[in-house]
Ligand binder design. Structure first.
Ligand SMILES: Cc1ncc(COP(=O)(O)O)c(C=O)c1O
Length: 446
């Protein structure tokens, strides 16, 4: 049993009824939705999550990088409730003041080269839109092909185009064919000396190798480069030089530079967008998750020229720009600005990473800490007869049992992403739990 200001554990974890509910769900819902830690979310507020039986967790997940402004932020709840009570629940593509106010503000607060937005419901849709715009732009420029370059280890969503760009071959095997218009290049991991010693050369050599293998040229065949601002599974950032070089090449050959900001956007890394750490100017930016800190909202941002490539009516979606999503998105922007969440993620992030690095230094279970701001990944090592993924899973489960929710990746990483509004004392308590868990897991398997 645990009772502190931020955590309450009053039952066996997982709670037996949580397992029964999971079984009932599994009987009526595709099991593809399952696999999360067995916690029933009854209520979530700020950086706390409660189950129906009185257990309370410190949240280091923000669900999955969504609740950047905290769970149930009153400004966002109020915006949603006010819109619902107007009532205005849906308006298709007719003009609404919610859509106008939101997009105007979005364009005002984002860098000036992002002039227009196209709203959708899910991140994967935003990626599909970016693929379409990259290819339409290549056609408009008279390129012979419209090949999109993506990077190993990156992940962009589950619809066909997004899955083609993602590097996980198993996950795209259901498609039954490989998209001949996608080129995947190796990712410059910090633990690869050949990439770190000269990131620019590493990029050029791997790009040229692939172009030669296909008989393609950059100018004639490449439509764009799609980069996840950092690799999702392990919060691994690219070397800055590498990304600057991708930008240079893209500009030189009339290809687009596109960032998938799903996990990195909306202040998470101590900048409005994660790509800003690289000092580049993307042509298109795909956003979702933290854009509303709540209800479904995703979009692509870019120049007026690119966003207007599709003709009137040829790029729309039934639930695009739902008034409730727009109201939530606008409220989310207000919270980010009024509560200084960009600076907060930066400042708290320094403490967060300093403590995580100190935990890493004392345990052979941790290979490295990745990430910037309030996103981090503990990259695990195998210990004894446990491989690195099993160690990460054990850490995730043990944290859950002690009142701390972390992102269970199913890989050799434990991801951490508290709401950016988290109380400093709650963050410190969560890190103390994590330290003790890692000490205990290390002792158990050493
Ligand atoms: C980097 C990245 N891109 C795209 C997506 C897809 O977003 P959605 O699940 O909203 O379709 C995700 C979701 O996890 C993501 O992390």
């Amino acid at each position: 049993m645990i009772k502190t200001e931020f955590r309450t554990i009053v039952s066996e974890i997982p709670h037996p009824d949580a397992l029964k509910m999971a079984d009932r769900l599994a009987a009526v819902e595709s099991h593809s939705m399952h696999g999360q830690l067995p916690v029933v979310w009854e209520r979530a507020e700020g950086s706390s999550v409660w189950d129906p039986w009185g257990n309370q967790w410190i949240d280091f997940t923000s669900t999955i990088f969504v609740a950047n402004a905290g769970h149930g932020h009153p400004t966002i709840v109020d915006a949603i409730v006010r819109t619902a009570q107007k009532p205005l629940l849906h308006a298709y593509n007719y003009t609404t003041s919610e859509r106008l106010d939101y997009i105007e503000e979005l364009i005002r607060v984002t860098p000036s080269y992002l002039e227009k937005a196209f709203l959708v419901s899910a991140g994967t849709e935003a990626v599909e839109v970016a693929i379409k715009l990259m290819r339409m732009n290549a056609m408009a420029r008279g390129k012979r092909r419209s090949v999109v370059v993506s990077f190993e280890g990156n992940w962009h969503g589950r619809t066909t185009g997004a899955q083609h760009l993602s590097s996980n071959a198993d996950q795209r095997s259901w498609i039954g064919y490989e998209d001949p218009g996608v080129l995947r290049l190796p990712f410059p991991y910090p633990w690869m000396p050949e990439a770190m010693s000269n990131p620019k050369l590493f990029f050029h050599e791997s790009l040229q190798r692939e172009l030669d293998a296909h008989g393609w040229t950059l100018k004639d065949d490449i439509a764009g480069f799609m980069l996840e601002s950092y690799q999702g599974w392990g919060a691994v950032f690219y070397p800055k030089d590498f990304v600057k070089e991708v930008e240079l090449v893209a500009r030189d050959v009339g290809a687009l530079l596109v960032f998938d900001e799903m996990q990195a956007g909306f202040a998470r890394t101590g900048e409005m967008f994660g790509y800003q750490h690289y000092g580049v100017q993307p042509d298109l930016v795909c956003c979702g998750k933290g854009a509303s800190s709540s209800v479904p909202l995703a979009f692509v941002l870019g120049s007026g020229y690119l966003l207007d490539l599709p003709s009137v009516g040829s790029m729309s979606s039934t639930h695009s720009a739902n008034p409730i999503s727009c109201a939530a998105g606008l409220a989310n922007l207000k919270v980010i600005e009024n509560e200084g969440l960009i600076e907060r993620a930066r400042d708290l992030g320094l403490q967060f990473h300093s403590e995580l690095n100190s935990i890493a230094d004392m345990s052979p279970a941790v290979s490295s800490i990745q990430g910037i701001g309030l996103v981090a990944a503990i990259i695990t090592n195998g210990l004894g007869d446990m491989d690195a993924s099993a160690i990460a899973t054990e850490i995730s489960w043990e944290c859950m049992r002690r009142g701390l929710l972390v992102v269970h990746t199913g890989r050799e990483s434990v991801k951490l992403a508290p709401p950016l509004t988290i109380d400093q004392a709650a963050m410190a308590e969560g890190l103390t739990v994590l330290r003790q868990v890692i000490v205990d897991v290390t002792a158990r398997h050493s």
